[in-house]
Design a protein around this ligand. Structure first.
Ligand SMILES: Cc1ncc(COP(=O)(O)O)c(C=O)c1O
Length: 439
């Protein structure tokens, strides 16, 4: 039976009203359209329920973290057992030590590890560490890349309305000090010629190059990451991979294992701990050492701490995730589910005569409503954002939740979930076709 979303109940409407009154910045939802706002009641596996009793197949997955699905029994059991022993010590604990050992074993660049609470902390601290190492300030990032909420990170990301000529950054928030804009250079993703020219010109100023190896859902062109790696190595400019999305998602070793390019530093978060707050900065021992003994010996250690850093609840959750993800066939099944969804989505949109390119990697992909090839931020600007929003809304009508742009896939998505989703694809595409043909 095709699924159809039921109207909002008075109870959910009242809850939304209370949240809007009190949480001006914090009300996040699956779409920006208030008609589709919901209050979540609960989630299990790949399903999520709103407070009006509607059931959805979930591809938002808490913005990615629920790689094993919601309330995975192994994660719940590990967390439950840890809660009985206390949830925050500040001091190091055995779960944190075991998790650091596991990360060093599975993430190629990780010789040393620093634990934090969010991806934004991990990327900001990575940039700070690199600045301390080089004694310089400037960071090169890529247009359209997202690195969280730090001042240096919030420049020329995917929400940039009007890009400026390279390498001039565009701040993505009010309240960022003007001085920060002089410390960030912006380059075009996947364009190694322009990027290497910028690195060459600014090599005496650059403290780091930071990149999402899979930029949002745009895969790197063959050779792009390799060329970035060799040039940054030549000039001893630390290369930071922001693997907050890709860590444990593309492979247990992240995008660096998947694409075969090892950075100097790496930020992890989201998918590694089954929905528990975490940020991990890992990388070269000499760089991480600046936050410890080597930094103290030099008279000025790099400060990288936080009250909830290395908390044992997130650590045991991450260890449980690693154990699950190590099971044979896990990544093959995840990729097979994602590939099926990508192919079905492309075929459905093609059949409906809607120009779209479904791109990305199987566990994180999105439809771009354009007939242009998507290789960088400027090519994404050719896509029809309104159509994309309407598609998300139509999917919600038919019981599928996704992020504004992308679909995250989990190991919990079953055959039933896929069948439900394919039905929703067909109906949502039909709806787009109808609304487009109206005058
Ligand atoms: C690539 C990337 N880096 C950093 C972040 C920031 O992580 P957090 O939201 O945990 O601060 C995000 C969050 O979406 C992200 O996608």
């Amino acid at each position: 039976m095709p699924h159809r979303r039921q109207p909002r109940t008075a109870h959910e409407a009242a809850l939304l009203k209370r949240s809007e009154a009190l949480l001006p910045a914090g009300v996040r939802n699956a779409t920006l359209n208030p008609d589709y706002a919901m209050v979540v009641k609960e989630a299990r596996g790949a399903r999520i329920w709103d407070c009006s009793g509607n059931e959805y197949v979930d591809y938002l997955l808490g913005s990615g973290p629920m790689l094993l699905g919601h309330a995975h029994p192994a994660v719940v059991a590990a967390v439950r057992a840890q809660l009985e022993r206390g949830s925050n010590y500040l001091m190091v604990s055995e779960p944190a030590i075991r998790l650091a050992e596991a990360i060093v074993e599975i993430v190629p660049c990780a010789e040393r590890v620093s634990f934090h609470s969010t991806g934004s902390e991990a990327t900001s601290f990575a940039m700070r560490l690199a600045r301390a190492y080089r004694g310089r300030s400037a960071i090169l990032k890529f247009e359209g890349g997202y690195h969280g909420m730090g001042d240096h990170a919030l420049m020329s990301n995917q929400w940039t309305a009007t890009p400026r000529p390279f390498p001039e950054p565009v701040p993505n928030s009010a309240g960022i000090p003007e001085s920060v804009t002089h410390e960030v250079l912006v380059a075009p993703f996947n364009d190694i010629e322009t990027t290497s020219g910028l690195i060459e010109t600014h090599r005496e100023r650059l403290a780091a190059v930071i990149v999402e190896p899979l930029q949002r859902t745009i895969p790197p062109r063959p050779g792009f990451l390799e060329a970035l790696r060799s040039q940054t190595r030549e000039y001893d400019i630390p290369l930071i991979f922001d693997e907050v999305v890709t860590g444990f998602r593309l492979a247990l070793g992240g995008a660096q294992a998947y694409y075969g390019v090892t950075p100097d530093l790496c930020a992890l978060g989201k998918s590694i701990s089954g929905g528990h707050p975490i940020g991990v900065l890992c990388g070269r021992a000499d760089l991480l050492g600046l936050a410890g003994r080597a930094g103290r010996a030099a008279g000025s250690p790099v400060m990288l701490t936080g009250t909830f850093s290395a908390n044992p609840v997130s650590a045991v959750a991450a260890l449980a995730c690693i154990e699950e993800l190590r099971k044979p066939g896990c990544y093959e099944r995840l990729a097979a589910t994602g590939r099926r969804l990508m192919e079905a989505l492309q075929a459905t949109l093609d059949r409906a005569g809607i120009a779209a390119r479904v791109g990305g990697e199987p566990s994180a992909f999105q439809p771009w409503f354009t007939d242009r090839e998507i290789v960088d931020f400027r090519s994404t600007q050719s896509a029809d954002g309104r159509l994309s929003a309407r598609f998300s809304e139509a999917l919600l009508e038919h019981g599928v939740v996704k992020a504004h742009e992308k679909f995250f896939v989990s190991t919990a998505h079953t055959e039933d979930d896929v069948a439900w989703t394919l039905e929703a694809f067909a109906r949502a595409a039909e709806r787009l076709r109808e609304t487009r043909s109206r005058p």
